[in-house]
Design a binder for this molecule. Structure first.
Ligand code: BT5
Length: 328
Protein backbone atom coordinates (compact mmCIF):
# COMPACT_ATOMS: atom_id res chain seq x y z
CA UNK A 1 0.00 0.00 0.00
CA UNK A 2 1.09 3.58 -0.66
CA UNK A 3 2.48 5.32 2.46
CA UNK A 4 -0.24 7.94 2.53
CA UNK A 5 -2.98 5.36 1.99
CA UNK A 6 -1.63 3.48 5.01
CA UNK A 7 -1.53 6.68 7.07
CA UNK A 8 -5.12 7.49 6.14
CA UNK A 9 -6.12 3.94 6.97
CA UNK A 10 -4.42 4.22 10.38
CA UNK A 11 -6.18 7.54 11.05
CA UNK A 12 -9.55 5.95 10.26
CA UNK A 13 -8.72 2.85 12.30
CA UNK A 14 -7.84 5.02 15.34
CA UNK A 15 -11.21 6.74 15.32
CA UNK A 16 -14.58 5.06 15.69
CA UNK A 17 -16.37 8.23 14.59
CA UNK A 18 -16.85 9.65 11.13
CA UNK A 19 -13.96 11.81 9.93
CA UNK A 20 -14.90 14.52 7.47
CA UNK A 21 -13.18 14.71 4.10
CA UNK A 22 -12.32 18.32 4.96
CA UNK A 23 -10.48 17.23 8.07
CA UNK A 24 -8.53 14.52 6.24
CA UNK A 25 -7.57 17.11 3.60
CA UNK A 26 -6.21 19.42 6.29
CA UNK A 27 -4.43 16.76 8.31
CA UNK A 28 -2.69 15.23 5.31
CA UNK A 29 -2.34 18.40 3.21
CA UNK A 30 -4.08 16.87 0.19
CA UNK A 31 -7.11 17.67 -1.99
CA UNK A 32 -10.61 16.21 -1.68
CA UNK A 33 -10.10 14.15 -4.82
CA UNK A 34 -6.83 12.79 -3.43
CA UNK A 35 -8.63 11.71 -0.24
CA UNK A 36 -11.23 10.01 -2.40
CA UNK A 37 -8.49 8.25 -4.40
CA UNK A 38 -6.97 6.78 -1.21
CA UNK A 39 -10.39 5.70 0.07
CA UNK A 40 -10.94 3.92 -3.27
CA UNK A 41 -7.58 2.16 -2.95
CA UNK A 42 -8.49 0.97 0.54
CA UNK A 43 -11.84 -0.30 -0.68
CA UNK A 44 -10.08 -2.15 -3.50
CA UNK A 45 -7.99 -3.82 -0.81
CA UNK A 46 -11.20 -5.08 0.77
CA UNK A 47 -11.82 -2.54 3.54
CA UNK A 48 -15.37 -1.50 4.18
CA UNK A 49 -15.40 2.27 4.47
CA UNK A 50 -18.69 4.07 4.90
CA UNK A 51 -19.01 7.43 3.17
CA UNK A 52 -21.91 9.60 4.38
CA UNK A 53 -22.62 13.06 2.97
CA UNK A 54 -22.09 15.75 5.59
CA UNK A 55 -20.37 13.38 8.02
CA UNK A 56 -17.40 11.91 6.16
CA UNK A 57 -15.70 8.53 6.27
CA UNK A 58 -15.71 5.71 8.79
CA UNK A 59 -13.95 2.35 8.75
CA UNK A 60 -16.59 -0.34 9.26
CA UNK A 61 -14.56 -3.48 9.59
CA UNK A 62 -11.08 -4.92 9.45
CA UNK A 63 -10.57 -7.39 6.62
CA UNK A 64 -8.40 -9.88 8.47
CA UNK A 65 -6.17 -9.91 5.40
CA UNK A 66 -2.44 -9.63 5.91
CA UNK A 67 -2.30 -6.07 4.54
CA UNK A 68 0.28 -3.65 5.86
CA UNK A 69 -2.09 -1.56 7.95
CA UNK A 70 -3.33 -4.64 9.80
CA UNK A 71 0.13 -6.15 10.32
CA UNK A 72 1.78 -2.96 11.63
CA UNK A 73 -0.08 -2.78 14.98
CA UNK A 74 1.48 -6.15 15.92
CA UNK A 75 4.94 -5.52 14.46
CA UNK A 76 7.92 -4.82 16.75
CA UNK A 77 10.74 -5.07 14.21
CA UNK A 78 13.46 -2.57 13.42
CA UNK A 79 13.64 -3.32 9.71
CA UNK A 80 11.62 -6.42 8.80
CA UNK A 81 8.18 -5.64 7.44
CA UNK A 82 8.72 -1.90 7.16
CA UNK A 83 7.34 -2.33 3.65
CA UNK A 84 4.64 -4.92 3.13
CA UNK A 85 3.37 -5.29 -0.43
CA UNK A 86 0.01 -7.00 -0.39
CA UNK A 87 -1.55 -8.61 -3.48
CA UNK A 88 -5.05 -10.10 -3.56
CA UNK A 89 -3.67 -12.64 -6.05
CA UNK A 90 -0.29 -13.26 -7.61
CA UNK A 91 1.48 -16.13 -9.33
CA UNK A 92 3.94 -16.67 -6.48
CA UNK A 93 5.14 -14.27 -3.79
CA UNK A 94 8.65 -15.71 -4.22
CA UNK A 95 8.62 -14.77 -7.91
CA UNK A 96 7.45 -11.24 -7.15
CA UNK A 97 9.94 -10.79 -4.32
CA UNK A 98 12.79 -12.02 -6.55
CA UNK A 99 11.86 -9.44 -9.20
CA UNK A 100 11.75 -6.73 -6.53
CA UNK A 101 15.11 -7.82 -5.12
CA UNK A 102 16.70 -7.77 -8.59
CA UNK A 103 15.32 -4.23 -8.98
CA UNK A 104 17.05 -3.23 -5.72
CA UNK A 105 14.36 -3.58 -3.04
CA UNK A 106 15.96 -3.29 0.40
CA UNK A 107 16.30 -6.00 3.01
CA UNK A 108 13.15 -6.36 5.08
CA UNK A 109 10.56 -5.88 2.32
CA UNK A 110 7.79 -8.44 2.54
CA UNK A 111 5.52 -9.59 -0.28
CA UNK A 112 2.19 -11.09 0.80
CA UNK A 113 -0.65 -12.55 -1.21
CA UNK A 114 -4.16 -13.60 -0.33
CA UNK A 115 -3.89 -16.35 -2.93
CA UNK A 116 -1.35 -17.68 -5.44
CA UNK A 117 -2.08 -19.06 -8.88
CA UNK A 118 1.39 -20.62 -9.18
CA UNK A 119 2.56 -21.16 -5.58
CA UNK A 120 5.71 -23.32 -5.58
CA UNK A 121 7.52 -25.69 -3.28
CA UNK A 122 11.00 -27.14 -3.73
CA UNK A 123 11.93 -28.53 -7.14
CA UNK A 124 8.94 -26.87 -8.79
CA UNK A 125 6.33 -28.73 -6.77
CA UNK A 126 2.92 -27.07 -6.45
CA UNK A 127 2.01 -25.18 -3.24
CA UNK A 128 -1.76 -25.25 -2.84
CA UNK A 129 -2.73 -21.58 -2.21
CA UNK A 130 -6.50 -20.92 -1.93
CA UNK A 131 -7.77 -17.37 -1.15
CA UNK A 132 -9.04 -15.88 2.10
CA UNK A 133 -7.65 -18.38 4.59
CA UNK A 134 -3.88 -18.88 4.60
CA UNK A 135 -0.60 -17.02 4.75
CA UNK A 136 1.69 -16.83 1.72
CA UNK A 137 4.58 -14.43 2.06
CA UNK A 138 8.18 -13.84 1.00
CA UNK A 139 10.87 -11.85 2.79
CA UNK A 140 13.71 -10.13 0.98
CA UNK A 141 16.98 -10.59 2.87
CA UNK A 142 20.47 -9.40 2.03
CA UNK A 143 22.72 -11.25 4.46
CA UNK A 144 26.43 -10.46 4.31
CA UNK A 145 27.41 -14.15 4.48
CA UNK A 146 28.89 -16.63 1.99
CA UNK A 147 26.22 -18.42 0.00
CA UNK A 148 27.10 -21.78 1.55
CA UNK A 149 25.46 -20.57 4.78
CA UNK A 150 22.16 -19.58 3.16
CA UNK A 151 20.38 -22.97 3.56
CA UNK A 152 20.69 -22.43 7.34
CA UNK A 153 18.14 -19.63 6.99
CA UNK A 154 15.39 -22.19 6.36
CA UNK A 155 15.97 -23.64 9.83
CA UNK A 156 16.16 -20.18 11.38
CA UNK A 157 12.79 -19.36 9.86
CA UNK A 158 11.35 -22.66 11.00
CA UNK A 159 12.26 -21.82 14.60
CA UNK A 160 10.73 -18.33 14.32
CA UNK A 161 7.53 -19.72 12.77
CA UNK A 162 7.36 -22.47 15.39
CA UNK A 163 7.60 -19.87 18.19
CA UNK A 164 4.93 -17.67 16.57
CA UNK A 165 2.57 -20.63 16.16
CA UNK A 166 3.01 -21.63 19.79
CA UNK A 167 2.42 -18.07 20.98
CA UNK A 168 -0.93 -18.06 19.17
CA UNK A 169 -1.84 -21.64 20.00
CA UNK A 170 0.16 -22.88 23.03
CA UNK A 171 -1.32 -26.39 22.93
CA UNK A 172 -0.37 -26.99 19.29
CA UNK A 173 1.86 -30.07 18.96
CA UNK A 174 3.93 -28.58 16.16
CA UNK A 175 7.31 -30.06 15.27
CA UNK A 176 10.01 -28.90 12.87
CA UNK A 177 10.76 -31.45 10.19
CA UNK A 178 14.20 -30.93 8.70
CA UNK A 179 14.84 -29.17 6.43
CA UNK A 180 11.82 -26.98 5.68
CA UNK A 181 8.52 -28.14 7.15
CA UNK A 182 6.41 -27.73 10.26
CA UNK A 183 4.13 -30.66 10.96
CA UNK A 184 1.33 -31.28 13.44
CA UNK A 185 0.39 -34.90 14.17
CA UNK A 186 2.34 -35.99 11.12
CA UNK A 187 0.63 -33.56 8.74
CA UNK A 188 2.18 -30.54 7.09
CA UNK A 189 1.06 -27.13 8.32
CA UNK A 190 3.86 -25.00 6.91
CA UNK A 191 6.56 -25.11 4.25
CA UNK A 192 9.53 -22.79 3.71
CA UNK A 193 11.26 -22.16 0.40
CA UNK A 194 14.48 -20.09 0.39
CA UNK A 195 15.88 -19.04 -2.96
CA UNK A 196 18.95 -16.93 -3.56
CA UNK A 197 21.02 -15.07 -6.07
CA UNK A 198 24.68 -15.30 -5.23
CA UNK A 199 28.33 -15.79 -6.09
CA UNK A 200 30.37 -18.23 -3.98
CA UNK A 201 31.65 -15.58 -1.55
CA UNK A 202 28.80 -13.16 -1.86
CA UNK A 203 25.06 -13.47 -1.36
CA UNK A 204 23.24 -10.84 -3.39
CA UNK A 205 19.85 -11.61 -1.89
CA UNK A 206 17.70 -14.34 -0.46
CA UNK A 207 13.97 -14.61 -0.91
CA UNK A 208 12.50 -16.56 1.99
CA UNK A 209 9.02 -17.85 1.15
CA UNK A 210 6.63 -19.07 3.82
CA UNK A 211 3.34 -20.87 3.30
CA UNK A 212 1.16 -21.64 6.33
CA UNK A 213 -2.29 -23.20 6.34
CA UNK A 214 -4.08 -20.99 8.85
CA UNK A 215 -7.88 -20.96 8.69
CA UNK A 216 -8.33 -23.49 5.91
CA UNK A 217 -11.21 -25.87 6.57
CA UNK A 218 -11.32 -27.92 3.37
CA UNK A 219 -8.10 -29.68 2.43
CA UNK A 220 -8.15 -30.89 -1.21
CA UNK A 221 -8.35 -34.69 -1.63
CA UNK A 222 -4.78 -35.05 -2.90
CA UNK A 223 -3.42 -33.48 0.33
CA UNK A 224 -5.96 -34.88 2.82
CA UNK A 225 -3.56 -37.48 4.19
CA UNK A 226 -0.55 -35.19 4.36
CA UNK A 227 -1.68 -31.62 5.12
CA UNK A 228 -3.47 -29.81 7.92
CA UNK A 229 -4.24 -26.26 9.11
CA UNK A 230 -4.15 -24.33 12.37
CA UNK A 231 -7.94 -24.25 12.30
CA UNK A 232 -8.26 -28.01 11.78
CA UNK A 233 -5.81 -28.69 14.61
CA UNK A 234 -7.20 -26.22 17.16
CA UNK A 235 -10.80 -25.54 16.15
CA UNK A 236 -10.00 -21.83 16.28
CA UNK A 237 -9.64 -19.10 13.67
CA UNK A 238 -6.48 -16.99 13.77
CA UNK A 239 -5.52 -13.51 12.61
CA UNK A 240 -3.24 -13.76 9.60
CA UNK A 241 -1.87 -10.22 10.11
CA UNK A 242 -0.94 -11.07 13.70
CA UNK A 243 0.68 -14.36 12.69
CA UNK A 244 2.80 -12.63 10.05
CA UNK A 245 3.91 -9.94 12.51
CA UNK A 246 4.80 -12.52 15.18
CA UNK A 247 6.91 -14.49 12.70
CA UNK A 248 8.83 -11.34 11.77
CA UNK A 249 9.16 -10.35 15.45
CA UNK A 250 10.70 -13.72 16.31
CA UNK A 251 12.80 -13.94 13.17
CA UNK A 252 14.53 -10.54 13.28
CA UNK A 253 16.63 -11.10 16.44
CA UNK A 254 17.52 -14.65 15.32
CA UNK A 255 18.63 -13.33 11.95
CA UNK A 256 20.68 -10.51 13.51
CA UNK A 257 22.48 -13.06 15.68
CA UNK A 258 22.97 -15.53 12.82
CA UNK A 259 24.64 -12.93 10.59
CA UNK A 260 27.18 -12.26 13.37
CA UNK A 261 27.86 -15.95 14.04
CA UNK A 262 29.78 -18.42 11.89
CA UNK A 263 27.15 -21.15 12.08
CA UNK A 264 23.95 -22.37 13.76
CA UNK A 265 25.50 -23.49 17.06
CA UNK A 266 23.50 -20.88 19.01
CA UNK A 267 20.23 -22.28 17.67
CA UNK A 268 20.86 -26.02 17.98
CA UNK A 269 19.19 -26.48 21.40
CA UNK A 270 15.99 -24.80 20.13
CA UNK A 271 16.10 -26.76 16.88
CA UNK A 272 16.68 -30.13 18.47
CA UNK A 273 14.01 -29.55 21.14
CA UNK A 274 11.34 -29.29 18.44
CA UNK A 275 12.87 -31.61 15.83
CA UNK A 276 10.46 -34.25 14.59
CA UNK A 277 13.22 -36.49 13.28
CA UNK A 278 15.40 -36.50 16.42
CA UNK A 279 16.47 -40.08 17.26
CA UNK A 280 14.19 -41.47 14.54
CA UNK A 281 15.01 -43.99 11.86
CA UNK A 282 14.62 -42.33 8.50
CA UNK A 283 15.21 -42.64 4.80
CA UNK A 284 16.44 -39.58 2.95
CA UNK A 285 15.46 -39.36 -0.68
CA UNK A 286 18.08 -37.35 -2.55
CA UNK A 287 16.64 -38.21 -5.96
CA UNK A 288 19.83 -39.88 -7.20
CA UNK A 289 20.33 -41.91 -4.01
CA UNK A 290 18.48 -43.05 -0.91
CA UNK A 291 20.17 -42.87 2.49
CA UNK A 292 18.98 -44.69 5.59
CA UNK A 293 19.94 -44.35 9.23
CA UNK A 294 19.13 -42.90 12.63
CA UNK A 295 19.02 -39.15 13.13
CA UNK A 296 21.39 -38.11 15.89
CA UNK A 297 20.92 -34.36 15.61
CA UNK A 298 21.49 -31.31 13.47
CA UNK A 299 25.02 -30.16 12.70
CA UNK A 300 26.15 -26.57 13.18
CA UNK A 301 26.07 -26.09 9.41
CA UNK A 302 22.38 -27.04 9.35
CA UNK A 303 22.93 -30.55 7.97
CA UNK A 304 21.09 -33.58 9.34
CA UNK A 305 23.35 -35.95 11.29
CA UNK A 306 22.57 -39.47 10.14
CA UNK A 307 24.16 -42.55 11.72
CA UNK A 308 24.17 -45.41 9.25
CA UNK A 309 24.08 -49.14 9.95
CA UNK A 310 27.89 -49.15 9.81
CA UNK A 311 27.97 -46.74 12.79
CA UNK A 312 29.43 -43.93 10.70
CA UNK A 313 27.76 -40.51 10.89
CA UNK A 314 26.97 -38.73 7.63
CA UNK A 315 26.14 -35.03 7.33
CA UNK A 316 23.18 -34.75 4.97
CA UNK A 317 22.66 -31.32 3.44
CA UNK A 318 19.51 -31.85 1.36
CA UNK A 319 16.74 -34.28 0.56
CA UNK A 320 13.28 -35.41 1.50
CA UNK A 321 13.16 -37.20 4.86
CA UNK A 322 10.70 -40.03 5.50
CA UNK A 323 10.17 -41.70 8.87
CA UNK A 324 10.68 -45.45 8.83
CA UNK A 325 8.51 -47.78 10.88
CA UNK A 326 10.11 -48.09 14.33
CA UNK A 327 11.10 -51.61 15.34
CA UNK A 328 9.10 -52.67 18.39
C1 BT5 B 1 7.67 -26.53 0.56
O1 BT5 B 1 8.10 -27.25 -0.51
O2 BT5 B 1 7.18 -26.96 1.55
C2 BT5 B 1 7.84 -25.01 0.39
C3 BT5 B 1 6.53 -24.31 0.28
C4 BT5 B 1 6.69 -22.81 0.21
C5 BT5 B 1 5.42 -22.13 -0.12
C6 BT5 B 1 5.54 -20.64 -0.02
S1 BT5 B 1 4.01 -19.83 -0.15
C7 BT5 B 1 4.78 -18.31 -0.30
C8 BT5 B 1 5.99 -18.53 -1.20
N1 BT5 B 1 5.62 -18.41 -2.59
C9 BT5 B 1 5.76 -19.58 -3.24
O3 BT5 B 1 5.49 -19.78 -4.45
N2 BT5 B 1 6.22 -20.52 -2.40
C10 BT5 B 1 6.44 -19.98 -1.07
P1 BT5 B 1 8.19 -28.84 -0.53
O4 BT5 B 1 8.96 -29.32 0.66
O5 BT5 B 1 8.73 -29.17 -1.86
O6 BT5 B 1 6.73 -29.35 -0.37
C11 BT5 B 1 5.82 -29.31 -1.44
C12 BT5 B 1 4.80 -30.42 -1.20
O7 BT5 B 1 3.95 -30.08 -0.09
C13 BT5 B 1 3.86 -30.63 -2.37
O8 BT5 B 1 4.42 -31.51 -3.30
C14 BT5 B 1 2.62 -31.20 -1.70
O9 BT5 B 1 2.77 -32.58 -1.46
C15 BT5 B 1 2.62 -30.53 -0.35
N3 BT5 B 1 1.74 -29.33 -0.32
C16 BT5 B 1 1.38 -28.52 -1.33
N4 BT5 B 1 0.61 -27.51 -0.89
C17 BT5 B 1 0.47 -27.69 0.45
C18 BT5 B 1 -0.20 -26.99 1.46
N5 BT5 B 1 -0.88 -25.87 1.23
N6 BT5 B 1 -0.13 -27.49 2.72
C19 BT5 B 1 0.57 -28.61 3.01
N7 BT5 B 1 1.21 -29.32 2.08
C20 BT5 B 1 1.18 -28.87 0.81
Amino acid sequence: MHDLTTQIFNRLADDNNFLSGERLCQEFGITRSAVWKHIRLLRNDGYQIEAVTGRGYRLSAMTGRPVEAEVLPFLKCRYLGKQIDYHPITTSTNLLAKAMAVAGAPQGCVVVADSQSGGRGRMGRVWHSPPGVNLYCSLILRPAVPSIRVPQLTLLLAVAIHRALLQLSPELEAMIKWPNDILVHGKKLCGVLCEMQSEPDLTHFVVAGIGINVNQNEIPPELKESATSLFLESGQLFSRPELLALILNYFEPLYDEWVLQDDLTFLLPALEASALLQSKEVTIDQRNRILTGTVTGIAKGGELKLRGADGETLLVSSGEAHLRKQRS
